[in-house]
Design a protein around this ligand. Structure first.
Ligand SMILES: Nc1nc2c(ncn2[C@@H]2O[C@H](COP(=O)(O)OP(=O)(O)OP(=O)(O)O)[C@@H](O)[C@H]2O)c(=O)[nH]1
Ligand SMILES: [Mg+2]
Length: 272
C-alpha cells in the first residue's frame, strides 16, 4: 500500500499489525485502526478509499458470527466490564465480591477456564462483569474487544505491563482501571462507575412519585431518556418536569432537546 504523507507512528503501528495479523478478525481490527489513524486530507483520499474498500471486502468474506453459545457472553445491564488478570491474580475473588456470584476461587492458577459472569449493582444500576480466563484465548479476547471498559487485577507493575501488551496484541484499546488486592468494595464500585463515564438520571413516575435510576451516556437529552423508557414516550411527549440539585433543588419545565446532567430527576408528561 502507498505510504500516506505525514502519517503518524500510530498509523505505521497499525499497518505493521495488519501485516502480521493471522486471522480475518485481526486483519479487520487492524484495518479499522489504520483507517482511524490515517491523516485525513487531499493527499490521502485515494489511500483511504483503498483501505475502506479492502475493509468492506474482508468483512464480506468474514464468516458470519455464530450465535457464540459456547464462549460468547450476552450483554446485559447498562454496561459491560471485563476483568483481566494474570493467573491467580484475584479475578474471581473480585467478581464474587462485586456481584455475589458463586465462582470457584482457589490458590492454584487457571481455576477459571471459561468466562464467568456476574451482575454488579451500583446505586440501582446494573453493570455486567465478565471474568476472562487467564489463558487469553482468542475467542475470549473477542469478548473484551466489544466490551465497554476493562478492569486489570494486578499484583505488581509487571502484571500490569503484561496485560497492556496482551490487550495491544489483541487490538484492544479500551478505558481501563488497575486494581490491586484488598481494595474496599465500595471504592472499587465507584471507580468502575467513574471509568464508564455515564450519568445517572432518575425517572420519576408522575403517579407514584417513585424514582428509578437509569444510566445514560454523558450529553444525553430528554429525548434519549424518553426513548429508553418507551418509544411512545417521544411520540406522545408534551413536556418534562426536571429537578436538578443546583443551589437547592430547582424545578424546571424542559423539552426533548434539553441536555441532562448526572443526578437529574425527570418526570415525563404525555399528550392525552
Ligand atoms: N489476601 C488476599 N488474597 C486474595 C485476594 N484476592 C484473591 N486472593 C487469593 O488469591 C488466590 C487466587 O484467587 P482467585 O480469585 O481464584 O484468582 P483468579 O485470578 O480468578 O485465578 P485464576 O482463575 O486461576 O486465573 C486465592 O487463594 C484467593 O483467596 C485479595 O484481595 N486479598
Ligand atoms: Mg478465576
Amino acid at each position: 500500500m502507498p505510504m500516506p504523507i505525514n502519517a503518524t507512528p500510530e498509523y505505521f503501528k497499525a499497518e505493521e499489525k495488519f501485516r502480521s495479523a493471522k486471522t480475518q478478525e485481526e486483519k479487520i481490527a487492524a484495518l479499522e485502526e489504520m483507517i482511524r489513524e490515517c491523516p485525513k486530507h487531499k493527499g490521502t483520499e485515494n489511500l483511504l478509499a483503498q483501505l475502506k474498500a479492502k475493509l468492506a471486502k474482508l468483512k464480506k468474506a468474514a464468516p458470519k458470527k455464530s450465535t457464540g453459545k459456547k464462549t460468547g457472553v450476552k450483554k446485559e445491564g447498562e454496561a459491560q466490564v471485563c476483568i483481566l488478570g494474570m493467573p491467580n491474580a484475584g479475578k474471581s475473588t473480585l467478581l464474587k465480591k462485586l456481584t455475589g456470584v458463586d465462582v470457584e476461587i482457589a490458590d492454584y492458577p487457571y481455576t477459571t477456564k471459561e468466562p464467568a459472569v456476574g451482575m454488579m449493582d451500583y446505586r440501582g444500576v446494573r453493570i455486567q462483569l465478565v471474568e476472562i480466563p487467564a489463558t487469553f484465548e482468542p475467542e475470549h479476547m473477542s469478548i473484551v474487544r466489544t466490551t465497554d471498559a476493562i478492569v486489570f487485577v494486578v499484583r505488581d507493575d509487571e502484571d500490569e505491563e503484561k496485560l497492556r501488551k496482551i490487550c495491544s496484541d489483541n487490538f484492544i484499546n479500551k478505558k481501563t482501571i488497575v486494581l490491586r488486592k484488598d481494595i474496599n468494595t465500595e471504592e472499587i464500585k465507584k471507580r468502575v462507575w467513574k471509568m464508564l463515564g455515564l450519568i445517572m438520571v432518575y425517572t420519576r413516575d408522575p403517579a407514584t412519585k417513585n424514582d428509578e435510576p437509569m444510566a445514560l451516556p454523558r450529553g444525553s437529552t430528554v429525548k434519549d431518556f424518553a426513548e429508553r423508557i418507551h418509544k411512545d414516550f417521544v411520540k406522545n411527549f408534551c413536556f418534562a418536569r426536571l429537578w436538578r440539585k443546583e443551589d437547592g433543588v430547582v424545578e424546571r419545565r424542559v423539552g426533548l432537546n434539553y441536555i441532562l446532567e448526572d443526578g437529574d430527576i425527570v418526570e415525563i408528561h404525555q399528550k392525552i
